[in-house]
Design a protein around this ligand. Structure first.
Ligand SMILES: Nc1ncnc2c1ncn2[C@@H]1O[C@H](COP(=O)(O)OP(=O)(O)OP(=O)(O)O)[C@@H](O)[C@H]1O
Ligand SMILES: [Mg+2]
Length: 251
């Protein structure tokens, strides 16, 4: 179970609070979606949960199976099973995509006390997963995300997720910039990982993704907190009416 409890967080170098008492509970195997206006704190929430520097936690907890992730460093959070697919994936010049994936996978296996994958095992696995996401051998050899198109970067995030097999996956606008076919591929990649135990938090602006990745619960976030929670119909309501009515309800 993934729980965010009364999370309040500010920017480290400015006296500005972005998250203002966020609460969220995602049970094992559940898929939740978060929608919300630009600047409402969706990415900030995923950064604070995963341990990106630059934020100060003022109050609250982020728990994965009862362990407060906020007490751990980012690598430990990943080893505990948290994964974030970035809204804006970063380019890492000089680090081959394949090397990056193998190092990450084996670091996590080691941290969990599992056997590391040897070169042959890793290659077989990465080729199989890459194929299903239509990521070609050339993209695996290039430096991480360097020169990748917007959509290729997003697919590469999903490849990382498929390789790491995290317990809790946060996808921050993974659909933005994807063409319709790539959106289907990515959704299939996500759906293939659904196993009744793994949980997902899908941040998106568009109902269309949610046609493919069917969420159990939809949350609306505004001004640093969840203002409404409902079923998939909430996403349709947003698509048709925008956020004005929802924001007025809580004003
Ligand atoms: N490092 C920073 N410096 C200044 N402001 C920041 C910083 N990080 C976040 N913010 C501000 O915090 C607010 C929340 O940003 P965040 O990226 O979390 O929004 P979001 O909900 O993900 O929006 P979007 O839908 O556009 O991705 C914004 O007003 C943003 O400008
Ligand atoms: Mg964002």
């Amino acid at each position: 179970m993934f729980e965010i409890k009364n999370l309040k967080a500010s920017l480290a170098d400015e006296d500005k609070q972005i998250l203002k008492g966020m609460n969220l509970t995602i049970g094992d195997g559940e898929v939740h979606a978060i929608m919300g206006p630009n600047g409402s704190g969706k990415s900030t929430m995923s950064y604070v949960a995963s341990g990106k520097p630059g934020y100060v936690v003022d109050e609250g907890e982020v728990l994965l199976d009862g362990v407060n992730l906020l007490d751990l460093d980012p690598a430990e959070r990943a080893a505990a099973g948290l994964f974030l697919a970035f809204q804006y994936p970063v380019e890492i010049p000089g680090v081959g995509n394949m090397t990056f994936l193998r190092t990450a996978v084996n670091a996590q296996r080691k941290a969990r006390g599992e056997e590391e994958l040897n070169a042959a095992e890793f290659l077989k696995l990465v080729r199989e997963k890459a194929k299903s996401l239509k990521i070609d051998a050339d993209m695996l050899k290039r430096p991480v995300n360097v020169g990748f198109s917007g959509g290729e970067k997003k697919r590469n995030e999903i490849l990382q997720m498929a390789m790491l097999e995290p317990k809790m996956c946060i996808l921050d606008e993974t659909d933005s910039g994807l063409d319709v076919d790539a959106m289907k591929l990515v959704s299939e990649g996500v759906n293939a990982l659904r196993d009744g135990k793994r949980s997902f938090l899908v941040i998106t602006h568009y109902q269309r993704l949610l046609d493919h990745i069917k969420p159990d619960v939809v949350h609306i976030m505004a001004d640093g907190r969840i203002i409404k929670t409902g079923g998939p119909e909430l996403a349709l309501e947003v698509e048709h009416n925008g956020y004005a009515d929802l924001l007025n309800e809580v004003a």
